[in-house]
Ligand binder design. Structure first.
Ligand SMILES: N[C@@H](CCC(=O)N[C@@H](CS)C(=O)NCC(=O)O)C(=O)O
Length: 196
């Protein structure tokens, strides 16, 4: 059976999985599953991911897997997207955990509210905006000193963080305040051949 990836193309979490699979040249079937159309709540989809969220994957042997960062880690096992050095690998995990707790809940949520729920940027909760900028400032500091988040080469840390960072403008975050991030986005887009 071919690897199946259930995802919504508007979701950065889902695009992480697509970019990883494409970069690694994996064969897969993309099953467009809309979050705004209730397709993540059907009985059939809940059988794959009881949490009712995309992305979700069904591996070649039929086993399901959810959570974007768990899926990309599994797909990229043994590839150069996961640093071989134990310390560098741990630093990649540091960014992956940080992304889910300190970046995505602010930068991605602001984008969703503005772009898909039609909330004006001016009425976003100040805490959301403040935390989003704090996350971007943390990245700016790291990327002023290093071309990629972990050393000299692209890793899953860059895959995970570029997803919503490159769309941050949609949520009202002005990326011109973060020149090192802007240069890094271009670098990662080129390394991963990201066009969507
Ligand atoms: N931590 C999860 C977040 C997944 C997530 O929030 N997915 C959203 C789309 S980006 C979703 O499926 N929302 C539909 C819902 O929760 O009903 C991951 O990284 O995969």
């Amino acid at each position: 059976m071919t690897l199946r990836i259930y995802g919504d193309s508007i979701s950065g979490n889902c695009l992480k999985v697509k970019w990883t699979a494409d970069h690694l040249g994996l064969a897969y079937e993309w099953i467009e599953t809309g979050v705004l159309t209730g397709e993540t709540r059907t009985e059939r989809f809940l059988g794959i991911n009881p949490a009712g969220q995309v992305p979700a994957a069904v591996l070649e042997d039929g086993r399901p897997l959810a959570q974007s960062n768990a899926i990309i880690l599994h797909l990229a096992e043994g590839s150069a997207l996961i640093p071989a050095d134990a310390y560098d690998r741990a630093r990649m995990f540091e960014w992956l955990f940080w992304e889910q707790y300190s970046h995505e809940p602010y930068v991605a949520v602001a984008r969703f509210k503005v772009k898909y729920l039609g909330e004006p940027v001016e009425s976003l909760e100040p805490r959301l905006v403040e935390r989003g900028h704090a996350a971007l400032a943390r990245m700016e500091q790291a990327l002023a000193a290093s071309p990629f988040l972990v050393g000299e080469g692209v890793s899953l840390a860059d895959v995970a963080l570029v997803a919503y960072t490159r769309m941050a403008g949609n949520g009202g975050f002005d990326l011109s305040r973060y020149p090192a991030i802007q240069r890094w986005i271009a670098r990662v887009e080129q390394a991963l051949n990201i066009r969507d």
